[in-house]
Design a protein around this ligand. Structure first.
Ligand code: HDD
Length: 698
């Protein structure tokens, strides 16, 4: 685990999670084995550090029952990983309603001042549990609210639409995107033949795929991503009135992404980067927050809004078309106690709703209402997964779902059927029970596809991005299609999906991967009248919080003085920016400054900005700066990061004194420029070359 050196790195966790209802309940399940003498699981004291053997060099005896049990347990100590979203990290926190929303829903978690405990798990779809969490992917954002009226799950992704709109295709999508069946690779990414053949057959996913291939697909971390419910859901109020809605989590820290080269290098050097980021931030008392927002739609039975099909999960409703309202706030403030028991064992399901929340006939959502409960039963080897500590509601569970593997409860009484007259569980009254919306449903049985024009929304996203973001997206298509082994699959994707979105986009991608260029004018040349910044919330000039970002302080020949160090770190501490001193070796330097990392233990990819202290070096030292130190700076530069120099001449000597670099002999001036640059623009993509669009597209 990386060392956090800002002075704010103290643990607030114990103060914050004192005694909320869920934490109180979890406390009753804690098992403190620290410092205790070992026992078997039948409670007998034992020592299992050596086998029982027939002599010092003899066979292990069958009679070594305690070690037999130890190994039998070990052989079974994994649950099957999730078939998607296997790699995840999670935290507890609270959700607070901003007001009383009973006009649209009777959901208790949206009553005035209602506060609910939550558990949120972030994940990536494709990578397995041992994979890298920075790979390009859709990130899951699943939240369980432990409310006073039962558990409410909000299971979404970080981008706002989906690849398909019928759950019947979900196994095909996942099979196609995961490793190819004969080879068993590639794992953890979609850059291969089966994925792109599927994406060509299913053009409805064009917008989501473009989102994932844009910089949105490589977020810096999960503190800087959105959550999107994707589907339309239904609120029902006490009068039985239905209001359709889509839900969103919007990060209060704003949105930040990486560049692809950085994401892949981080994956190689620290495949737990994002989970460590959340863990360390919470441990340091920097609690990430999201606003819960909804768009509402009148329920007239048509499930359409301004021409957008609300039953099609591949269609988005941009915020510019229907501005969302904020209903409440999520704060994550406590790390889990035990990874397996909580993060790995938690069961989310879109079907877990409370009274006042319901569903619509979206065929993707309808299958999700079944699939998650089924996954839970499979992963927990039976039907009792919802009784695990992390999954239990804070309200009583009273039902006749009895027995099964690992049933932990001792149900009292002689009845296990309802209704009865012998003292068993009694059904809730129609006023009390879970609302369903009493709509009239008619229709002729058939296998109906969901079809809406698939390219316009992807085109809107394409034209919303600036030329740098477009270049990154073109490069991502090139990377992905460049790894497709069948040239027909590549050519088909370009001709059938990219060309109808935009002819120039298709030609640029084709040019990059050596595929036939679609003829000029053969694809779309439509330029939409409107763009939607909400579809691509990265970039722009708005100032963003810098809390929890990480700055690397390096110093030519390890010469950073205590005075310079103090000036730099005072400003970083004030702004809640973390930092590490990186030198040729860890530990104390001759100047008295303590170095946290060496060029062996870290790399520039782990920092949002770097500062090089050259002014404390002599001229002779400056002329002998080691290559590893120079490369550190060059790499940060090529990733578009703000770079400061306390001193003058080092950046110049590397030829890097260009946009986004700040050299000055005054450390205060440098550090203030760096913090300002991290606030906005964050990165300088203009350092990278752009395609010669003119020559490729005309
Ligand atoms: Fe799913 C897990 C999100 C479509 C079936 N899904 C899973 C998780 C997230 C999502 C965040 C991880 C939950 C966790 O952290 O434990 N899935 C989505 C979104 C979708 C979506 C936003 C479309 C809008 N999913 C989807 C479909 C199906 C599934 C159409 C099946 C018909 N998803 C599953 C699953 C998983 C799952 C197989 C794997 C493990 C689990 O549920 O508990 O049931």
């Amino acid at each position: 685990m990386r060392v956090l050196t800002a002075s704010i790195c103290f643990s607030l966790a114990s103060l914050i999670h004192a005694q909320t209802p869920k934490q109180e309940q979890l406390a009753s399940f804690l098992s403190d084995t620290r410092g205790q003498t070992e026992t078997t699981d039948t409670g007998v004291l034992d020592n299992t550090t050596a086998s029982l053997r027939g002599g010092p060099r003899g066979y292990v005896l069958l009679e070594d029952t305690v070690n037999r049990k130890k190994l039998l347990h070990f052989d079974r100590q994994r649950a099957p990983e999730r078939v998607v979203h296997a790699l995840g990290h999670a935290a507890y926190g609270t959700f607070t309603s901003y007001g009383d929303w009973s006009n649209i829903t009777s959901a208790c978690w949206l009553k005035a001042n209602a506060t609910s405990d939550v558990f949120t798990r972030f994940s990536v779809v494709v990578a397995g549990t041992g994979g890298a969490d920075t790979g390009r992917d859709t990130h899951g954002f699943a939240t369980k609210l432990y409310t006073e009226c039962g558990n409410q799950d909000l299971v979404g992704n970080h981008v706002s639409s989906f690849f398909i709109n019928d759950g019947a295709l979900f196994p095909d999508l996942v099979n196609a995107v995961k490793a190819e069946p004969d080879k068993g690779f590639p794992t953890g990414g979609s850059a291969h033949t089966t994925a792109y053949d599927f994406f060509t057959q299913n053009p409805e996913g064009a917008e989501q795929l473009m989102s994932v291939l844009s910089d949105l697909g490589i977020p810096r971390d999960t503190r800087h991503i959105a959550g999107n419910g994707v589907h339309t859901y239904r609120f029902i109020n006490a009068a039985g009135k239905s209001t359709l809605f889509k839900w969103y989590w919007r990060p209060m820290l704003g949105f930040r992404s990486m560049v692809y080269d950085e994401a892949t290098k981080i994956a190689g050097k620290n495949n737990n980067y994002q989970r460590a980021d959340l863990w360390n931030s919470i441990d340091a008392g920097m609690f990430p927050e999201w606003e819960f927002m909804i768009q509402t739609f009148v329920d007239d039975g048509e499930y359409r809004y301004k021409g957008i099909d609300l039953l099609d999960a591949t269609q988005v409703v941009p915020f510019e078309v229907n501005p969302p309202i904020a209903l409440g706030k999520l704060v994550l403030n406590k790390n889990p106690t035990n990874y397996f028991a909580e993060t790995e064992s938690v069961s989310f399901a879109p079907s877990n709703v409370v009274d006042g929340v319901s569903f619509v006939p979206d065929p993707l959502l309808q299958w999700r209402l079944m699939s998650y409960d089924d996954s839970t039963m499979h992963r927990h080897n039976g039907p009792n997964g919802y009784l695990l500590p992390v999954n239990r509601p804070i309200v009583p569970i009273n039902n006749n779902y009895r027995d099964g593997y690992q049933q932990p409860l001792l149900y009292e009484g002689a009845s296990d059927s309802s209704p009865d007259n012998i003292g068993g569980v009694q059904p809730a009254s129609p006023e009390e029970d879970l609302d369903f919306y009493s709509e009239t449903v008619t229709g002729k049985v058939g296998r109906y596809g969901v079809f809406n024009e698939p390219f316009a929304q992807a085109r809107a996203l394409w034209f919303t991005m600036d030329k740098y973001a477009q270049q990154h997206t073109v490069d991502a298509y090139r990377f992905e299609l460049g790894h497709v082994s069948d040239p027909n699959v590549t050519a088909n994707y370009i001709a059938q999906i990219l060309n109808p979105i935009n002819n120039c986009l298709a030609r640029r991608v084709a040019y990059g991967v050596g595929s036939p260029l679609p003829a000029i004018g053969s694809g779309s040349s439509v330029v939409p009248n409107t763009t939607y910044p909400s579809l691509f919330p990265l970039g722009g000039n708005a100032s963003q919080p810098v809390t929890g970002l990480m700055v690397g302080i390096i110093s030519t020949n390890d010469s950073v003085s205590m005075a310079t160090y103090n000036s730099l770190t005072a400003v970083l501490n004030t702004n809640q920016v973390l930092f590490e001193v990186v030198t040729s070796h860890q530990g104390p330097l001759t100047t008295g400054v303590v170095s946290n990392q060496s060029y062996i233990t870290t790399a520039s990819i782990f920092y949002d900005a770097i500062i090089i202290v050259s002014g404390d070096s002599t001229q002779a030292e400056l002329s002998t700066v080691p290559m590893v130190e120079q490369d550190f700076v060059r790499e940060a530069f090529s990733h578009g990061k703000p770079i400061g120099e306390v001193g003058n001449g080092f950046l110049n000597s590397l030829g890097l004194d260009k946009v986004g670099t700040f050299a000055d002999t005054d450390p205060n001036s440098v550090i203030n420029s760096i913090v300002g640059a991290l606030e906005s623009p964050g990165r300088y993509p203009q350092r990278q070359p752009l395609d010669d669009v003119q020559s490729i597209c005309s």
